[in-house]
Design a protein around this ligand. Structure first.
Ligand SMILES: Nc1ncnc2c1ncn2[C@@H]1O[C@H](COP(=O)(O)OP(=O)(O)OP(=O)(O)O)[C@@H](O)[C@H]1O
Ligand SMILES: [Mg+2]
Length: 453
């Protein structure tokens, strides 16, 4: 019967391993993971229920179907209680078994993919979430669209906060793999000795803490996309294994003797220039060429300033809505400052600045005062234009606003004239005496010459 079932199931495309005893089954299970087990209750050297118990403890995701003899309903019920997916009462039709097997595997797949989450993921991570009008981002959009449909490995580079993960998710969401998982792993965050088991999984007993069989991230991403973040931080020893997995499309769990086939699309990211990683010998050249099939570079925000206003406004809308506030615009002066800032933390920094500003803002427009010190101090050149259109409404103070404009203009004139009062006063159209008064009023001393007024 075992041989017959194996033949019939193989004929339907299943990969079948037959074991004729409990001991043999244990040996098979120790070699590598299996998706589903069909076992009789009575075995020459023991009990199928023991196999069930063992498997449910070691690899709970494995589906177990139990065959029982007619009239032993109690055993069947016990099996179900122990986590068996279903039971078949002998004698049964092979077709009946096939249906149960197929349904079980389908359900297992569904559970793993968690379709609901996936649907949500799609709407959240398509291209529409990536904001950008610069030619550089236009090129990125085109690349994402054209590589999404392929199975090619993509390597995304760019400084921290430029949107690498966002782009990786968009590639997945636009790909035929969109209904399978997008699995992300930060190679820099996983301790070196755990990385292999994290990526490839392990068998129970492979090392001291391996109390159960565990699926690795490659297997979790089966048919989907695996995002390897900060790939340049992967230890060299792991890079060899990674390369092998990519080339062979197979992985071996730590402690397993069998390999498991995996169908995974790899997207990798690095925030350090690849050339540097290669030069420093931190990235193996062969892995680099394997990963770098399609490179996508995200330029720093300071190199695409035309994206700043649009990004700022989209973050404003999002946070305002999330916080239930009615902040609907960004004052001209605040926008001016945002546009001039160097953004070392790129889009993430901008996102944080807007979040903070919306949280603090009590008006309907974000005022420059709500921006962090660093932005306000951003070069004395970044001054408010006199024509700044403030938002007039609750809390607006005309005197305060005029004072800010006055201070900005006085300081600008002094700076532009190298703190020469005569020249600055001419520029401002006031007498030197008035200028002296204005400087005192605004606490402006002129550092270059210690001229006490
Ligand atoms: N073009 C963009 N449009 C909208 N949001 C963006 C854009 N780029 C980045 N973001 C947002 O900025 C934040 C940082 O982006 P992300 O995490 O993708 O950056 P990263 O390049 O992976 O950074 P790190 O190297 O630090 O991991 C995220 O909240 C992301 O949603
Ligand atoms: Mg990231």
């Amino acid at each position: 019967m075992r041989e017959l079932l194996a033949i019939m199931l193989r004929r339907d495309g299943f990969d079948v391993v037959a074991a004729e005893s409990r001991t043999q089954a244990a040996a098979v299970l120790a070699r590598g993971p299996v998706d589903l087990i069909v076992t009789d209750v009575k075995l020459p050297d023991g009990d199928g229920i023991e196999i069930l118990r063992h498997v449910k403890a070691a690899a709970p995701e494995t589906v177990v179907i139990v065959m029982t003899a007619f009239g032993s309903t109690e055993t069947a019920v016990a099996a179900l209680k122990l986590g068996a997916y279903d039971y078949l009462i002998k004698p049964f039709d092979v077709d009946e078994l096939k249906i149960v097997v197929r349904n079980a595997l389908e359900r297992q797949q569904l559970q793993q993919e968690n379709l609901l989450l996936k649907a949500e993921f799609r709407t959240q991570h398509g291209l529409d979430r990536i904001v950008g009008v610069s030619p550089a981002m236009g090129a990125v959009f085109n690349l994402v669209r054209s590589v999404a449909g392929t199975a090619s490995t993509v390597l995304i580079s760019g400084e921290s906060g430029t949107g690498k993960e966002l782009v990786a998710k968009a590639i997945h969401a636009l790909s035929p793999r969109k209904d399978a998982p997008f699995v992300s792993v930060n190679c820099a965050a996983v301790p070196e000795n755990l990385l292999e088991s994290e990526l490839f999984g392990h068998m129970k007993g492979a090392f001291t803490d391996a109390h159960q069989n565990k699926k690795g991230l490659f297997e979790a991403a089966h048919r989907g996309t695996l995002f390897l973040d900060e790939v340049g931080e992967t230890p060299l020893s792991m890079q060899v294994k990674l390369l092998r997995a990519l080339q062979e499309k197979k992985i071996r769990r730590v402690g397993a003797t069998e390999e498991t086939e995996v169908d995974v699309r790899l997207v990798a990211a690095t925030n350090r220039p690849l050339e540097t990683l290669l030069r420093e010998g931190k990235l193996r050249e062969d892995l680099f060429y394997r990963l770098n099939v399609i490179p996508i570079h995200l330029p720093p925000l300071r190199a695409r300033r035309e994206d700043i206003p649009l990004l700022a406004e989209s973050f404003l809308r999002r946070f305002s809505q999330e916080m239930g506030k009615n902040v609907v615009k960004i004052s001209t002066e605040a926008m001016h400052r945002l546009s001039r800032h160097a953004w070392p933390g790129n889009v993430r920094e901008l996102e944080n600045v807007i979040e903070r500003a919306v949280a603090l803002e009590t008006h309907e427009a974000v005022l420059a005062e709500r921006l962090p010190e660093a932005l306000l101090a951003d070069g004395a050149g970044a001054l408010a234009p006199a024509a700044a259109a403030p938002a007039i409404g609750d809390g607006f103070n005309l005197d305060e606003h005029l004072r800010t404009i006055e201070l900005d203009l006085v300081r600008k004139a002094l700076e532009q004239e190298g703190w020469s009062r005569t020249e600055a006063s001419r520029r401002l159209g006031v007498t030197p005496r008035s200028l002296r008064y204005l400087m005192r009023k605004h606490g402006l001393s002129d550092p270059p010459i210690s001229d006490k007024n």
